[in-house]
Design a protein around this ligand. Sequence first.
Ligand SMILES: [Zn+2]
Length: 125
Amino acid sequence: MAKMLARLEDKERRRRPSDEELAERARDLAQKYLGGRPRPTSVSWSSQQERRWGSCTLVDGSIRISTRVQGMPEWVLDYVLLHELAHLVHAGHGPDFWKLLEAYPRTDRARGFLEGVSFVQDDAG
Ligand SMILES: [Zn+2]
């Protein structure tokens, strides 16, 4: 039981990484799926994202991820990070942008997940 709780805590912690852990995760993901091309200068959580899951500032290469993503499955957080990282390579949502994200096997699933969350939240609001 203690072991199971420890595992759950570990999982919960990984779903809510610190800013430093978030930046490290972004670097790993950029390396693994995007050939190391995006090099963000900073990656941090932000509670000022309104309805967006994340944003990036091209001029300084910084990425902010909405705190609303905290507690979502890790593969969803990874997708949100990859989405913003891909914007450092392609600013818009054109075919080249989505082509980059095809490297991540859970892109479609994560987009579906986030659409579902938005739907529920819009409905509640
Ligand atoms: Zn985007």
